[in-house]
Design a protein around this ligand. Structure first.
Ligand SMILES: [Zn+2]
Length: 164
């Protein structure tokens, strides 16, 4: 079960390509990877289910909310990003990748979005859309204070957020 048939050199080669595909495209199903690899001239065996799954796991790519993204760090992809609310450095997959107004990740991580959704009652998609628009509209003047836990002041009379 789950037996791949690629050499370590081949894994590295196709892994590098998969990383680039995920960086540039919104991939929602394995067949999209298969089509892209074939069109790039990779032999069919690279696209075999077991091989593809194995390499994706090796390079830290998996599905998050329907889209393939970088869920953990690997030697071929170790880019991280700082969340402007919790100030933690996390793999890119911890941030919602946007495609509507901006073509990059949100500045606030998925965990902080979920947290805000739980407290304010706004849905996660709604919050994602709000923060995407914020990054688009205020791109030049954006700072971390805009990501503070604004509700804490109302609920607890003080804010635990950083003062910027
Ligand atoms: Zn965060």
């Amino acid at each position: 079960m789950n037996q791949h048939s690629l050499s370590s050199k081949e894994i590295k080669e196709v892994g590098r390509v998969l990383v680039n595909i995920v960086k540039r495209n919104k991939i929602t199903k394995l067949a999209d990877f298969q089509d892209k690899l074939l069109s790039l001239g990779f032999a069919k065996r690279y696209t075999h289910f077991e091989n593809l799954k194995y390499v994706l796991n090796e390079v830290g790519i998996d599905k998050y909310e329907g889209v393939y993204t970088f869920v953990k760090l690997s030697s071929l992809h170790n880019e991280t990003k700082e969340c402007w609310r919790c100030l933690e450095n996390k793999p890119l997959g911890s941030f919602k990748k946007c495609y509507r107004y901006i073509k990059k990740e949100l500045n606030i991580c998925n965990t902080c979005i979920k947290d805000e959704s739980r407290i304010t009652g706004e849905s996660v998609p709604e919050l994602n859309a709000i923060y995407e628009y914020l990054q688009f509209k205020y791109a030049n003047v954006l700072d971390k204070s805009m990501y503070s836990k604004f509700w804490e002041l109302a609920l607890y009379g003080k804010s635990s957020s950083v003062n910027v």
